[in-house]
Write a protein that binds this ligand. Sequence first.
Ligand SMILES: [Zn+2]
Length: 113
Amino acid sequence: MHEMSIAMSIVESVAERARQEGCERVTGIEIVVGRLSGVQVESLRFCFDAATRGTPVEGAELSIEDREPSGACDACGAEFPVAGFHACCPVCGLFRVRIVSGEELAVKTITIE
Ligand SMILES: [Zn+2]
C-alpha cells in the first residue's frame, strides 16, 4: 500500500530526529499533506498507527494539515487556489497554470519529550 510506505518513512525520519536529540519519545507530529500529493489522509492516518508500533513514535498524536493547492499563471502572473493539475487562470482564462503548492508531503513539526 502506497500510504503504508509513506507512513513508515515518516515514522523512520521522525524517530531518527528524536534519536539525534537524545529523546526517547515522540509525543506529537504535525505533517502537511497537499491535496495534489495523491495521498489519502484517512488512509495515511490509519497506516500511521500501524507504522509507529514498537517505535519511539508509538502513541504520538498525528495532526495533518490538509493543504489546498494553489497555482500561478505563467501568462499574467496571477496566483489563485486550484482544484487540480489542469487549471485555467481565472484572470486571463489561459491554461498556463503552474502548480506552486499542493503536491507537498512534509513533516512540519515534531514534539518530543
Ligand atoms: Zn492568467
